[in-house]
Design a protein. Structure first.
Length: 278
């Protein structure tokens, strides 16, 4: 009996020692990991399993753009929400920027750092979570990759209302999988085009809308807007820009000021230059 008691005691001590050496339990690690990624994330993942069009073997990665350039690109993405009226006809709200200022500030910094070390066989995925005053948790997830001069943005889930922790965890683990049909339309323009039917990741099930952005041309236009005043004035008739372009430039300029990427003095100067070209 004494020998058996000693054996049981030794087994208990060894079990406790093994737990101490192995670190936190699986439940502890999961809880800590979920807390660390509670609000947002940007990471890379492989795309080798996706179906891609013939001729497109690898992405044009790495991509090296500054946070200010990423802020300009992300600020240019606009959406238009849809809603149903009482007679079941679709009604549209005014277009608005897809990302909030604090989201652009976070994404522009982290995406800039991540894309600089992303391999051609990888893509960048992201997740954003925010809690509204009503207590509703809204989650936005998607992906980014570059092919040539085009940046592809997938908004798999946009402002998706989440009430169950299991659903949120699934979105965090599968950021390119859409949970529901989009309630919005992407505003297309000179530099933005929706290619969801024939997109690079069209073979990925439930991937959500895919937006192709001519980001290099977009950045060149913004650089031209920020040119010195003496090069823009007096503006000849041929260099004047249409109203829609003026509005786009002014919105971008305002967003850059909100993100503290330009000073108030620079904002006023560039605003005057844009209006002088109208």
């Amino acid at each position: 009996m004494k020998i058996l008691s000693r054996l049981l005691l030794s087994a208990g001590v060894l079990a406790l020692f093994g737990q101490a050496c192995s670190g936190p339990t699986l439940a502890d690690r999961s809880a800590r990991s979920l807390q660390e990624s509670q609000e947002r994330f940007v990471r890379v993942e492989a795309h080798s399993g996706d179906r891609r069009p013939e001729g497109v073997v690898r992405f044009s990665h790495p991509v090296r753009l500054s946070p200010a350039e990423w802020a300009r690109i992300l600020s240019s993405v606009r959406i238009q929400s849809r809603k149903d009226s009482f007679i079941f006809t679709p009604a549209k709200e005014p277009p608005t920027e897809a990302f909030a200022p604090e989201e652009i500030a976070y994404l522009s910094r982290t995406v800039s750092e991540t894309f600089a070390k992303t391999a051609p066989e990888q893509r960048v995925v992201f997740g954003l979570s925010r809690v509204l005053p009503s207590g509703v948790n809204e989650v936005t997830t998607g992906g980014l990759f570059v092919v040539g001069a085009r940046l592809h943005l997938i908004l798999a889930n946009y402002r998706h209302s989440v009430t169950k922790p299991s659903v949120r965890e699934q979105l965090w683990n599968e950021p390119l999988r859409s949970m529901s049909a989009p309630f919005y339309e992407v505003v297309q323009g000179d530099y933005h085009r929706v290619v969801q039917e024939k997109g690079i990741l069209s073979g990925l099930r439930n991937a959500g809308p895919e937006i192709a952005i001519e980001y290099q041309a977009l950045l060149n236009v913004k650089a031209n807007v920020a040119a010195p005043a003496e090069k823009l004035s007096p503006a000849p008739e041929s260099s004047r820009i249409p109203l829609a372009t003026v509005e786009e430039h002014l919105r971008t300029l305002k967003r850059l000021r909100e993100l503290d990427l330009i000073t108030e003095e620079e904002y006023r100067q560039k605003k005057k230059e844009i209006l002088d070209r109208f």
